[in-house]
Design a protein around this ligand. Structure first.
Ligand SMILES: Nc1ncnc2c1ncn2[C@@H]1O[C@H](COP(=O)(O)OP(=O)(O)OP(=O)(O)O)[C@@H](O)[C@H]1O
Length: 814
């Protein structure tokens, strides 16, 4: 029977429809109702049933023949032999009657003794008849029951055959679905490899784009710097050119003035030289004439001194004298002429001097001034020379600057060409980047589609089993050499199968030496042995976690008896974090990966616990006095009044929040666990993503739940408040089972309101965009085998449920 139910029950879930989920408390397990038909039968054959058909028949038909094979007919008792009358009269039970000893009074006479004895004999006969009648009824009922059981067995056989046929068909379907899933997974793998390749290409392209942009930026900065230098040089050059022009103009003016002055000076010098030469010639002539006059006067004096000596000589001297006089007159005339000439020359000299004076007046300068002019001219010339030198220097500088400018322009041109080239390269890379990003987006969209197809094929509710390592105090063997938990590897149970071995009644390691065990095999979506690390477990749920970013409501909860490892699985420890911290890390990492594609995410987290059917905020202040948290739903979302949400856009905040929540959560010690969680803890991460480029908005939610441990009241032996606590836990877990069963059976009414837990998770469990995963945690000890069996049966039923096809919550358009 277990073997048949344990293999994965087909999605159409015919079996499930027939049987609502069994509640998990021992009470319910121990008081399993009989089939209604049997209950009815039991009522009919009640020995005390006064109105039973046989009783009636017995009073009416006094001589009914016994059916063949029965004891011979017995006389029908008289009316007063009827036991009911006796019982009514005496108030005795049959045993009272049979064990009654007749006692007589000391002085009783024989008659009264006989009457008393007769009375008792009558009562004994009535009892005898009653017993006979009961035996008859029991025989008939036994036959009827046997026939009914045979009918039921036949019907059950038919059911079983039909079910086996359906199972075979479903197994075939499962086989082909499995292949399809494998093919899809392979396709997803390829796509992911493609996406990874594209992403690495994208990264490389981005790197080279960054480098190119860096180079372009440097080149542009250089170019800008050169341009600025060139502009500065150009303005310097312009100023210098202007200065040079002014200097040249001034120089030309000076040169003009200089040459004019030189011309005038030369003319004056020439006139002066001529006048001085004339003056010198006149002075020489004058001196020569004076010498001749002196020589003649000396000759005259010599002649006059010698008069006595010869008249002839005197005559001749007179003749000579007259001739000399003539000559002197001639010389005097000549001298006069020369004097006149001299006067004239003097006049001319005076005129020349006057001319010079006039010239001086005209020029306003005398010779000294001319010399000063000359000196000034020389100074000007030297300045002009210096200016010319400066000009030359400036010219050289200008040439240098021109060269520099040309160099800068050439470099700027080169840089501009490089910038142009780089811009073209950047544009090309941007195009490639855009194409790569488009491809990545397409790849991402396809990944989402395929991922969700796979999820749909796998069903929106999935079950993973996880067995924790055995503790020293636990007996991990059901019988010598037979561990309590085994992992079948045959067929498709590899990695998915779990066999629970229970010691047979009276046997087992603590119950005696028997090696008899009872084995129950189950199949789930995945089974994790004690050696499985947290990371390995998370890998299996990571895709589901990712769905929350794609706009789904994802609900992951851990179910199992107290101490089976739920908190370890969901929360873990700082050294070995569980699913909640890992899910947060993945959500943040994936949000970061999607950022280059234009996705922006806002994330808010809240944590609450449900303790004794009351909600409590584990992070916030809680409601004001006299108020309580209340859960309400609209079409898509659930809200809890007074529940505080915290912004967790910074991943570092999450660890602190989780730590705070764990400190606030209600815990206590149970017989099975020192630190037992006495409440259901719900971690809610609300995610809102938007992509302006694509005009899309998504709204997802991640609910991660560490349920309180189920526990058998008899085993935990609790009383008082702890009993109330345990009853509340069991009641809400049972309500969770009912909700999942109703969803699986597609019932019109789903009893969400039966517990706070199911009411809170209404949208996440049965919403149109929800995906659910359940961990069933198992303790491997032989002492826990019975609870483990209950948990596994519950999980197998959950696994058989099919809850719609989830749709993600996306809005498009701006
Ligand atoms: N996979 C595992 N590897 C190592 N230790 C584990 C594992 N699972 C559980 N444990 C240890 O077992 C003990 C009980 O586990 P845990 O508290 O998680 O159980 P629980 O199901 O949450 O119990 P409760 O319902 O009472 O809160 C803890 O000490 C935990 O560290």
């Amino acid at each position: 029977m277990e073997n048949r139910r344990s293999t994965r029950i087909p999605r159409p879930g015919a079996a499930l429809k027939a049987a609502p989920l069994a509640p998990l408390s021992e009470n319910q397990e121990n008081t399993a109702p009989l089939p209604s038909t049997l209950q009815r039968k039991r009522k009919d054959i009640s020995p005390a049933g006064k109105s039973g058909p046989l009783a009636k028949r017995a009073t009416v038909t006094s001589t009914a023949a016994a059916p063949s094979g029965r004891p011979p007919a017995v006389p029908v008792p008289a009316e007063d032999n009827i036991w009911e009358a006796v019982a009514e009269e005496t108030g005795w039970t049959l045993t009272d009657c049979l064990s009654h000893k007749v006692a007589f009074a000391k002085r009783a006479d024989a008659k009264s003794k006989v009457e008393a004895l007769a009375q008792h004999v009558k009562r004994l006969r009535a009892a005898g008849w009653h017993l006979y009648d009961a035996r008859e009824r029991a025989a008939m009922d036994g036959e009827a029951m046997a026939a009914s059981l045979a009918r039921e067995e036949a019907a059950r056989k038919e059911d079983r055959e039909a079910h086996d046929a359906a199972l075979r068909q479903v197994q075939q379907q499962l086989g082909s679905l499995g292949q399809e899933v494998k093919a899809r997974e392979a396709e997803v793998g390829e796509r992911q490899a493609e996406v990874e390749r594209l992403q690495s290409e994208l990264t490389a392209a981005r790197d080279s784009l960054r480098e190119a942009q860096e180079a372009a930026r440097t080149a542009a900065a250089d170019s800008q710097r050169f341009k600025e230098q060139a502009e500065e040089l150009a303005s310097q050059q312009k100023a210098l050119s202007e200065m040079q022009q002014q200097a040249q103009k001034y120089n030309a003016e000076l040169q003009q003035y200089n040459s004019k002055m030189q011309g005038e000076l030369q003319a004056a010098n020439e006139a002066l030289a001529k006048a001085q030469a004339d003056k010198a010639a006149l002075a020489e002539e004058c001196a020569a004439l004076k010498g001749r006059v002196t020589a003649l006067e000396e000759q005259l004096a010599a002649v006059a001194a010698t008069s006595s000596t010869t008249e002839q000589m005197r005559a001749s001297a007179l003749e000579d004298a007259s001739r000399l006089r003539g000559e002197i007159a001639g010389v005097a005339a000549e001298r006069n002429a020369m004097q006149a000439e001299n006067v004239r020359l003097r006049g001319e000299l005076e005129a020349a001097k006057r001319e010079v004076e006039r010239f001086r007046d005209a020029t306003g300068k005398d010779v000294g001034a001319l010399e000063a002019e000359n000196a000034a001219r020389n100074h000007l010339e030297s300045r002009s020379k210096a200016q010319a030198e400066l000009n030359t220097n400036l010219h050289e500088q200008v040439v240098l600057l021109r060269e520099q400018k040309e160099l800068s322009e050439a470099r700027a041109e080169k840089s501009a060409a490089e910038v142009k080239k780089l811009t073209a390269k950047v544009k090309k890379l941007e195009k490639e980047l855009a194409a790569a990003e488009r491809k990545v987006s397409e790849g991402e969209a396809q990944r989402r589609r395929l991922h969700n197809q796979i999820q749909e094929l796998k069903g929106n509710i999935r079950v993973f089993a996880r067995v924790r390592p055995a503790k020293d105090s636990e007996a991990a063997e059901a019988a010598p050499g037979k561990p309590v938990v085994g992992y079948p590897s045959a067929g498709d149970l590899l990695g998915r199968g779990l066999e629970l071995r229970q010691p047979a009644a009276g046997g087992g390691p603590k119950g005696g030496s028997s090696s008899e065990v009872q084995a129950h095999t189950f199949g789930f979506d995945r089974v994790f042995a004690p050696t499985a690390a947290q990371g390995e477990v998370f890998e299996e749920i990571s895709q589901l976690v990712q769905s929350a970013l794609d706009g789904y409501k994802v609900c992951i909860f851990a179910y199992g008896q107290t101490g089976s490892g739920k908190t370890h699985t969901m929360m873990g420890s700082p050294e070995d974090p569980g699913m909640i911290p890992r899910a947060m890390d993945q959500v943040f990492a994936h949000a970061k990966e999607l950022a280059p594609q234009g996705w922006k995410y806002e994330m808010k987290a809240a944590m609450l616990e449900i303790y004794n059917e009351e909600l409590r905020d584990l992070l916030g202040k809680g409601p004001p006095k006299d108020k309580k948290h209340a859960v309400s739903h609209d079409k898509e979302s659930t809200s809890v009044s007074y529940l505080e949400y915290f912004d967790v856009s910074q991943p570092e905040r999450v660890a602190a929040l989780l730590e705070r929540a764990m400190k606030t959560r209600s815990v206590g010690a149970t017989a099975m666990n020192e630190q037992s969680s006495r409440s259901h803890m719900v971690f809610i991460l609300a995610i809102e993503g938007s992509n302006e480029g694509m005009g899309q908005k998504v709204k997802g939610q991640l609910n991660l739940i560490d349920l309180a441990g189920s526990e058998r009241l008899s085993r935990s032996a609790v009383t008082g408040d702890r009993l109330k606590e345990t009853q509340a836990i069991n009641k809400s877990l049972s309500a969770l089972g009912d909700v999942i069963a109703a969803l699986g059976n597609k019932e019109a009414h789903v009893p969400y309101r039966n517990s706070k837990l199911t009411f809170l998770l209404q949208n996440s469990l049965g919403g149109y965009n929800s995906k659910t995963l359940m961990f069933v945690n198992i303790a491997p000890g032989a002492e826990s085998a019975q609870e483990s069996l209950c948990s596994l049966r519950f999980a197998a039923k959950v696994n058989a449920c099919e809850i719609g096809t989830a749709k993600r919550s996306v809005t498009t358009g701006k």
